[in-house]
Write a protein that binds this ligand. Structure first.
Ligand code: ARG
Length: 461
């Protein structure tokens, strides 16, 4: 028996290829419990509008409860003839409530306002879940920062040695971008917390139903301001897709560093066995697959965003069936992050850093040259001259194949008379790091403050 919700004016059912194209239960079934929650709320406003008696409301809610239990247990699932999640659930309701009662629920609602509402409900839950997973990654970075409060490393720009920094400072930098991702998801939720239920197909309802009551029951802040926009707009989905694509990009930057750090050339860190894989042919291999999959999947999240934007572009108001294509890309982004986030947190928290190696490399590549220039500035030398003098020091050290600290007092004086042996106090990694003590800088005290502020922010979430 066909279960379509729209058979009346048709003399035949859909062609096989038509039905196959139309089908969406293979991806929208994940919205089933949200649809049932919406149905409960809708039944209550039907009762409020005297369109269901008290007994009918009780019977409807009972049938919906049974249906939900059957959905959860797997006893009730969609069949091929069910066009979408709404069609399947209506069939399930009819079976449980009977056709007379079950058939009353659809009054005053359309799949257009239903799907727009359910999609928002799902994404709001997903955003909270993902934000929790991101905070676990932040915790993993914090754990490593706490474990290595004094370890120095070469800070890089252009991937070249730039200035020494604390490893904790570098790790905490990643927590900042991730916390902005969490903030973005939370801020997004303010705009997503609007319920299109009651918008009907596009024009609103004539049955005296109260959209505000449904909105409140479903945990929204307000009903849609405009029923056409309520059913037609999907910028909430695109904005969500952006927020998680940005998250993917931020994660991929961490991932790329882990991949580099665990090479033989860098040897900054070693992956824990549980968070690495081997090679089927090369027995020595230990591969950073978590990081590589993070890097790879970040491309996929970007693709989901751009694909969705392309789907939305130039659609006239209000609902168009194109909009059925809005869900899979965003569901996919959610699914990928559910897999990724715990793996990244595990990989990062179990990483072993080789702090001796990091310390040894910290001054390499003349990373203390800026310290010479800034020391001269503090002695009253104009920066232009100081920069030149520090460059001269680098050239001399490079020619002799030694480090900056190995230049003799005589050589320093030759470069610039102001360059007295006192400059040696900043020609150590520790001295250099300690000197960068402005707010946000790499001095140990400043890094400890940054860490405390991140801890406090997490506690406030
Ligand atoms: N399955 C559709 C979607 O995901 C919702 C149903 C609206 N269908 C319709 N013919 N108006 O967008």
């Amino acid at each position: 028996e066909p279960t379509a919700l729209w058979g009346g004016r048709f003399s035949s059912g859909p062609a096989e290829a038509m039905a196959a194209l139309s089908l969406s239960t293979h991806f929208d079934w994940r919205l089933a419990r949200y649809d049932i929650a919406g149905s409960r709320a809708h039944a209550r406003v039907l009762h409020g509008a005297n369109l269901l008696t008290a007994d009918e409301l009780t019977g409807m809610i009972e049938a919906l409860d049974v249906l939900e239990a059957d959905v959860v247990s797997g006893a009730f699932t969609p069949v091929l003839a069910d066009e979408d999640v709404h069609t399947a659930l209506e069939r399930g309701l009819m079976d449980r409530a009977g056709k007379d009662l079950g058939g009353k629920l659809r009054a005053g609602r359309s799949r257009n306002d239903q799907i727009a509402t359910l999609f928002r409900m799902y994404l709001r839950d997903a955003a909270r879940f993902i934000a929790g997973g991101v905070l676990d990654v932040v915790e993993a970075l914090l754990f490593q920062a706490q474990r290595h409060p004094d370890a120095a490393m070469p800070g890089r720009t252009h991937l070249q040695h730039a200035q020494p920094v604390l490893l904790a400072h570098h790790l905490l930098a990643h927590t900042q971008s991730l916390l902005r991702d969490v903030d973005r998801l939370r801020d997004w939720d303010k705009r997503a917390a609007v319920s299109p239920y009651g918008s009907g197909a596009l024009a609103g309802s004539s049955l005296g139903l109260d959209p505000a009551a449904i909105a409140a029951e479903l945990g929204f802040d307000a009903p849609a301001e405009n029923s056409i926009d309520g059913t037609a707009s999907r910028d909430f989905a695109a904005e969500f897709a952006f927020a998680v694509a940005m998250l993917g990009v931020n994660l991929s930057r961490i991932a790329e560093e882990v991949i580099i750090w665990t090479t033989a050339e860098f040897a900054y860190a070693t992956l824990d066995d549980a968070w690495a894989t081997g090679s089927s042919i090369m027995p020595q291999k230990k591969n950073p697959d978590v990081a590589e999959l993070t890097r790879g999947k970040s491309g996929r999240l970007i693709g989901n965003l751009t694909g969705l934007l392309a789907t939305l572009k130039a659609q006239p108001l209000a609902y168009n069936r194109d909009l059925q294509e809005d869900k899979e890309p965003v569901f996919d982004s959610v699914d990928q992050l559910k897999l990724l986030l715990p793996a990244i947190a595990g990989m990062l928290s179990t990483l072993t850093f080789h702090t001796d190696r990091l310390a040894e490399l910290a001054p390499a590549g003349f990373t203390l040259a800026t310290d010479i220039a800034e020391w001269l500035v503090r002695e009253g030398v104009p920066f232009r001259v100081a920069h030149e003098a520090a460059g001269d020091c680098v050239r001399r050290a490079e020619d002799r194949g030694v480090g900056l600290a190995d230049l003799t007092d005589a050589e320093l004086a030759e470069v610039n008379p102001s360059l007295t042996p006192k400059v040696r106090e900043v020609l150590t990694v520790t001295g250099s790091i300690a000197s960068r003590d402005a707010y946000g800088g790499t001095a140990p005290q400043r890094v400890a403050e940054q860490r405390d502020r991140v801890v406090r922010r997490i506690e406030e979430y």
